[in-house]
Design a binder for this molecule. Structure first.
Ligand code: SF4
Ligand code: SF4
Length: 137
């Protein structure tokens, strides 16, 4: 499973070897998408974490215990209603139930509150109707 996070580092955590600890302690791969951290200053980093869902949860708790603030949804999933044909394919890959195919209605339902922003649904759509809208840096 993949999850994007925005990490806000306090000054005292800037020198913490975060990606190394995530790999060694939690078996999580961290891909840095954006970083603004100056030596001895607070900073911000956008990362994509890949790993087991339980390990991701444990890693997030560890990051918070180190004083980092986490924004768990640096973007949000958007479904283009003009492109979507309510085929329901994307709902079969959604691990959280955020995407659900309402059988009697024959309509796709999207509950943004349940969305983990894991992006697994994006490549599943044959019509490219699903996209990730990132927050401005
Ligand atoms: S990103 Fe897509 S697959 Fe992942 S939880 Fe959200 S709706 Fe479901
Ligand atoms: S896979 Fe694409 S077209 Fe099919 S229901 Fe999902 S968003 Fe709509």
């Amino acid at each position: 499973m993949k999850r994007r996070l925005t990490l806000h580092f306090p000054r005292e955590a800037v020198h913490e070897p975060i990606t190394y600890r995530l790999a060694v302690d939690f078996d999580i791969a961290a891909k840095i998408l954006r970083a603004q951290i100056a030596p001895n200053q607070s900073g911000t980093m956008v990362v994509e974490l890949s790993g087991d869902i339980d390990e991701l949860q444990a890693a997030e708790e560890w990051l918070e215990s180190r004083g980092l603030q986490l924004n768990r949804a640096p973007g949000q999933i958007h479904i283009d209603p003009r492109a979507c044909v309510d085929c329901g394919i994307c709902s079969s890959v959604c691990p959280s139930g955020a995407l659900r195919f309402d059988l009697p209605l024959g309509l796709l339902q999207f509950d943004a509150q349940r969305c983990l922003v894991c992006e697994q649904c994006i490549p599943s759509c044959p019509l490219d109707a699903i996209s990730l809208e990132l927050e401005a840096a």
